[in-house]
Design a protein around this ligand. Structure first.
Ligand code: ASP
Ligand code: MG
Length: 406
């Protein structure tokens, strides 16, 4: 017997025919004694369509009413999927997030799960039913409906798997696992059989988009393995877990990621005095602008001026520009240059600490490919380089080739 939580995303349940297909697929894989809880997203683009409808009425609708509206998307799917099981002669029941015992904070549109009370689900499983739960939603203490942020159904699934003590949480999606690089960019990217929570989180932070990072954190918190696999095949995908259990080939680097959603800000000729970094970065923090790579370098030692270069995400550029131009005036700096034609390429691997030469290999690959490195940053399990955006494809391929050659 296995106790499995299975999550199907919006593209897997985009039409009623696909919903029936999901029910058939679940039954095909189910052993007689398995306990199955399903978590589903809204059908296809339903969430986006609901957002457009709200915007047609008010560009800045109340967040509480947005949650009331968006949560209906998942409710359509749970009822239809449950009907599909019933039609196939299998007992099933649908539950909203609240009915499934998902308690959240009161921050509408990005609520956090604070508690899961699994009694109702367990009672339904005891009656031999397949339980179908609406993803992406929960309720506050007051009983108000909340949502967990875009892509939040992954988080629902992993949190339920954790609270229920399930053996595994399977995330069914339109890709068949986690790859060593984006397969649209690198033709011979490898599907990894396993990856650790920490590496997956780092890959997500550095641009990989397979899973909502919050759900990986949730898996790590509960110690539930997460199996990312395809809706359309029966093949094994990638299992995200604490430690490796299978011996694949030894790869120190597990992934090469890239992120084009970055911009470089260079504040030039800043007087070199105590407190300048504080002045700059506290002003950015106050506006909730996230800063990533930071380099301070001497511009002119005699004149005691420095350049401060850092990266932000592209959507923050307009706001940052206004703010930094004012800082330049206040601090008496020479000026500011903002470059949006940049991208960040990174290598991720928990084993790199204690493996000298990883950085040199990465820089060598970029040098051979004629890619100039503008900024470098490192963490314990990653190295990132800022390069020109239009060279990102060559850069990722060159690096991948070095670390994953057969
Ligand atoms: N339907 C929600 C969204 O589109 C939640 C999800 O799909 O996970 O963001
Ligand atoms: Mg969706």
């Amino acid at each position: 017997m296995a106790f499995i939580v299975k999550k199907f995303g919006g593209s897997s349940v985009a039409t009623t025919a696909k919903i029936v297909g999901v029910a058939e697929r679940v039954l095909k894989e189910k052993e007689p004694d398995d306990k199955i809880v399903l978590v589903v997203s809204a059908m296809g683009d339903t969430t986006d369509e609901l957002i457009s409808m709200a915007k047609a009425i008010d560009n800045r609708p109340s967040q509480r009413e947005m949650d009331m509206l968006l949560s209906t998307g998942e409710q359509i799917t749970i009822s239809l999927l449950t009907m599909a099981f019933q039609k196939l002669g299998v007992d099933a029941v649908s539950l909203t997030g609240g009915q499934a015992g998902i308690a959240t904070s009161g921050v509408h549109a990005k609520a956090r799960i604070v508690d899961v009370n699994p009694e109702r689900i367990l009672a339904e499983l005891d009656k031999d039913k397949i339980v179908v739960v609406a993803g992406f939603q929960g309720v506050t203490e007051l009983g108000d409906i909340t949502t967990l942020g875009r892509g939040g159904s992954d988080t629902t699934a992993v949190a339920l798997a954790g609270a229920l003590g399930a053996d595994i949480c399977e995330i069914f999606t339109d890709v068949d696992g986690v790859y060593s690089a984006d397969p649209r960019v690198v033709k011979d990217a490898r599907r990894m059989k396993e990856i650790t929570y920490n590496e997956m989180l780092e890959m997500a932070r550095l641009g990989a988009v397979v899973m909502q990072p919050r759900s990986v954190e949730m898996g790590k918190h509960y110690g539930v393995p997460i199996h990312v696999r395809s809706t359309f095949t029966l093949e094994q995908g990638t299992i995200i877990r604490e430690e490796y259990t299978m011996k694949e080939r030894e790869f120190t680097i597990r992934g090469v990621t890239h992120d084009v959603n970055v911009a470089k800000v260079a504040i030039l000729g800043v007087p070199d005095q105590p407190g300048i970094a504080y002045t700059i970065f506290s002003a950015l923090a106050e506006k909730a602008i996230d800063v990533d790579m930071i380099v301070q370098s001497i511009r002119n030692a005699d004149k005691k001026i420095i350049d401060m270069v850092f990266t932000i995400s592209k959507p923050d550029v307009d706001q940052a520009k206004v703010l930094v131009e004012k800082l330049v005036k206040d601090m008496g700096a020479l000026g500011v240059v903002i470059d949006e034609n940049v991208a960040k390429v990174s290598v991720v691997g928990a084993g790199m600490y204690g493996s000298p030469g990883i950085a040199a290999t990465m820089f060598g690959a970029l040098g051979e490919a004629g890619v100039n490195i503008e900024v470098i940053s490192t963490s314990e399990i990653s190295i990132s380089c800022l390069i020109k955006e239009d060279q990102v494809k060559e850069a990722v391929n060159a690096i991948h080739q070095k670390f994953f050659k057969e």
